[in-house]
Design a protein around this ligand. Structure first.
Ligand SMILES: CC(C)(COP(=O)(O)OP(=O)(O)OC[C@H]1O[C@@H](n2cnc3c(N)ncnc32)[C@H](O)[C@@H]1OP(=O)(O)O)[C@@H](O)C(=O)NCCC(=O)NCCS
Length: 146
C-alpha cells in the first residue's frame, strides 16, 4: 500500500467504469481527489507495478470525529484476495491516529457487492436515504465505528 499520487488519476479514470461493471463512474473521480487528498488516500499495486486497487478518503474538516471514504475499487482480476480490506485497514488506522471515531461511506442500494463488502468490514447500514444525492439517487448510509 502506498499513498495515492496525482499520476494515478489518468490510470484510474481509464479503468474505473470497467471495474464498476460498465457503470459510468469516472466523472465522480475528478483530479482533485488525486491532488488534495493524497495524504489520506491509498493505492495498491500488483507485482508489475500496475494499479490493482485504490481508496479515496479524507478526515472530515467539518465533523472532527469522522472520516469519510468517497471511493474504493479493486481490479476485478484481484478481487477476493483481501486488497479491499487492506486498503480500508490502512484508512482505519490513519483515521484513528487522527482521533476520528467513525468512518462513513455511502453506496448505491443496487450495489449488493459493495454492501456485502462493507458489512464484512464492520460497517453498519444506518439507513437507505431516498434522493440523498439528488432526485432518484438513493444511497445506503454506512458507518464503521473505530
Ligand atoms: C467492493 C470491492 C472494493 C471489494 O474488494 P476486494 O478486494 O474483492 O475485497 P476483499 O477481498 O478485501 O474482501 C473483504 C471482505 O468482503 C467480502 N466481500 C468482498 N466483495 C464481496 C462481494 N461482492 N460479495 C460478498 N462479500 C464480499 C469478502 O468475502 C471479505 O470477507 P471476509 O474477509 O470476511 O472473508 C471490489 O469488489 C470492487 O472494486 N467492486 C467494484 C467497485 C465498488 O463497488 N466499490 C465500492 C463502492 S465505492
Amino acid at each position: 500500500v502506498r499513498a495515492l499520487r496525482p499520476d494515478d488519476h489518468a490510470v484510474v479514470i481509464r479503468v474505473v467504469d470497467a471495474w464498476w461493471g460498465g457503470r459510468p463512474m469516472a466523472d465522480l473521480l475528478p483530479r482533485l481527489f488525486f491532488t488534495h487528498f493524497t495524504t489520506t488516500s491509498f493505492a495498491i499495486e500488483d507485482g508489475a507495478g500496475e494499479l490493482a486497487g485504490f481508496l479515496c478518503g479524507f478526515c472530515s474538516p467539518a465533523r472532527r470525529d469522522e472520516a469519510y471514504v468517497h471511493f474504493v475499487g479493486v481490479d476485478p482480476r484481484w478481487r477476493g484476495a483481501g486488497l479491499g480490506r487492506t486498503l480500508y485497514d490502512a484508512f482505519f488506522a490513519l483515521a484513528a491516529d487522527d482521533g476520528r471515531d467513525a468512518v462513513r461511506a455511502v453506496t448505491s442500494p443496487v450495489n449488493t457487492g459493495s454492501r456485502a463488502f462493507h458489512r464484512a468490514l464492520g460497517f453498519v447500514e444506518e439507513a437507505i436515504a431516498p434522493d440523498y444525492d439528488g432526485p432518484g439517487k438513493d444511497r445506503v448510509l454506512l458507518v464503521r465505528r473505530l
